[in-house]
Design a protein around this ligand. Structure first.
Ligand code: ADP
Ligand code: MG
Length: 246
């Protein structure tokens, strides 16, 4: 069911929320100390939306993304992904959803240094059980799409930061996910590489994917159709891109 509902262009998907948080709370416990990183977040994101999440450091943006990406679970409240209550799913099902439907891009690239670019890019397909020859072809295609067709055999250390992030974007899109989550993907990049990565996200959105971009840079957020502003674990503003971003 999840597959059908998440597929770009699914007939009933246009106005149904693909991501829905209701009263979402996340409490971290460190020893005896508790910290409430999400304090009752209500958020609905519809298939095909491009949403930027902005807010100061420590406001709960990464916590929110980890929940949306099924990397972490809520302490209270509900998270429905394509209509399914995520709290009802076990770790294997969550892993399967992450692998099949969600592409992740992180600030720190998270590439494996010992592997050439194409081997990094094929990893989601390895976990997805795709045959080796097809993996190789799709990884090479994905690298060509991010403009790195001539760098497939380079290891991350042989690439610039911007190129490494494009490898990470290729890895995020190789499995053709319906949802792309990017957590400060341009935070470590110069302005040229930032523009490259943002263009790639724009293209993913234009191809029908739902994109959630976390950033603290307002000019970056202004590219999205909608900006959600978070402060102290709460949504404090939610509206059209340019209005809320500035
Ligand atoms: P942001 O991404 O907006 O900078 P985070 O979601 O990373 O914010 O963190 C929100 C708050 O939760 C911060 O105060 C942070 O210190 C705290 N926090 C995040 N992760 C953990 C964790 N694993 N254990 C304890 N506290 C955490
Ligand atoms: Mg963060």
């Amino acid at each position: 069911m999840t597959e059908l509902l998440l597929a770009p262009g699914a007939p009933h998907a246009a106005d149904a929320p693909v991501l829905e948080l209701v009263g979402a709370r996340k409490t971290y416990r460190t020893g005896a100390v508790e910290f409430e990183a999400l304090r009752g977040v209500d958020l609905r994101i519809t298939t095909g939306e491009y949403v930027a999440v902005v807010g100061p450091s420590g406001s709960g943006k990464s916590t929110l993304m980890n929940v949306l990406g099924c990397l972490d679970t809520l302490t209270a409240g509900t998270y429905r992904l394509a209509g399914e209550d995520v709290s009802a799913l076990d770790e294997a099902e969550l892993a399967r959803i992450r692998n099949r439907h969600i592409g992740f891009v992180f600030q720190q690239f998270h590439l494996l240094p010992a592997l050439p670019a194409w081997r990094n890019v094929e990893l989601p397909l390895v976990y997805g059980g795709v045959p080796a020859a097809e993996r190789r072809e799709r990884a090479h295609d994905a690298l060509a799409r991010v403009g790195l067709g001539d760098r497939v055999d380079n290891r991350p250390g042989e690439l610039s930061g911007g190129q490494q992030q494009r490898v990470a974007v290729a890895r995020a899109l190789v499995g053709d996910p319906a949802l792309v989550l990017a957590d400060e993907p341009t935070g470590n990049l110069d302005s040229t590489s930032t523009a490259d990565v943002l263009s790639l996200l724009d293209a993913l959105h234009a191809a029908g994917r739902t994109v959630v971009l976390i950033t603290h840079e307002h000019d970056v957020a202004a590219r999205a159709g909608r900006v959600v502003r978070v402060a102290d674990g709460e949504v404090v503003a939610d509206g059209p891109g340019r209005a809320v971003a500035s």
